[in-house]
Design a protein around this ligand. Sequence first.
Ligand SMILES: [Mg+2]
Length: 304
Amino acid sequence: MFALVDGNKIYMSCERVFRPSLNGRPVIVLSNNDGCAIARSNEAKDLGIKMGAPWFQIRHLEVTADLVALSANFPLYGDMSDRMMSLAAALGPTQEIYSIDECFIGLQGVRDVTLRAWAIRSRILQWIGIPCGIGIAPTKTLAKLANHIAKTAERKPGSYPAELAQVCNLAELSSSQLQSLLERAPVTDVWGIGPRLGAQLIELGIGNVQALRGLDPATARRRWSITLERTVRELQGYSCIEMEHGPVPKQMIACTRSFGQVSQSPFSSGTTVRLSCLSGARLGSGRCISFSTGTSSQFCVIMV
Ligand SMILES: [Mg+2]
C-alpha cells in the first residue's frame, strides 16, 4: 500500500501562513525577475490568469481586480517543504520525496491507515499551516489518482463524493463503489497520461479511468508503449512502480529574463531562443513560452 501526501498550492500556502490577509484574495507568485506567474490562488484563476502569464500583460489587474503579485521566495518554500516532509514521514516506514510538495509513503505494516492519515494531515496543517490532500491505494498510480480525487472533491463539491475529500483511501471502497468512482474520473487525470495520449484514448472510447483499467495490458504495450502497459497494470492493482529512495535528478530548470527596452524581435511562443549577455557570453537557450513586442519586451523562456 502507498500514500501520496500532496501540499495544496504550496507556494501560495507558504505565503498565506505569513500573510493571512491574502486569504480569499486573488494572489499570484511571480518567477525570478518577476517575469511571469508561476503560482495562482483559486481567486486569481477565476480572473482568467493562465499559468506562465507574463506579468506585464496582467499587471493592470492590480488596480482593476485587487490582484496581489508576490516575488517568489524559494528559500522559504524549500524550508516549509522540508518541515512538511518530516511530518509526513511519520505516516509509514518509507518515504520518497517526489517534488517540493509531494511525497509517497510506503505503508507496509501500518494499521488504521486512514485514521493515521487524518491525524498526519491535521498535524501538518496545525504545525506548518499547509493544507494537504492524502491519497491511499495499493499502487503508486492509484495513490496519485486517490490524491487527485481527495483534492478535487474538496475544491469542486459535487465532482466526487464529499466523504472522499482531503483523505481518500481507495482500498476501503467496495468493488462496485470503486468502479463507479473510476467511471467519473477522466482518463487524463491518470499519472503519466498527457494531453496527446489522452486525446488518442478518448478517440477510441477510453474516456475514463475505469475504461483504461479494462484495457488489455498486452494491447496497451503493442499499440502504445510499455509505460502505458505498466499504467494499466497499476490501475488494476498490481504494483509495478517501486519506491525510489535516492534524490531525483533535475530534469528542467525554469529561468526567465526580460530586456530593459522594447525589442522588435520577431520570435513568438514556441520559438527556440538563445540568450546572450551584452559581452556576447552565452547564457543558454530554451523555448519561448510567451512574448510580446507591444508596450513591453518581457518574455519567458524555459531553459532545457
Ligand atoms: Mg501540490
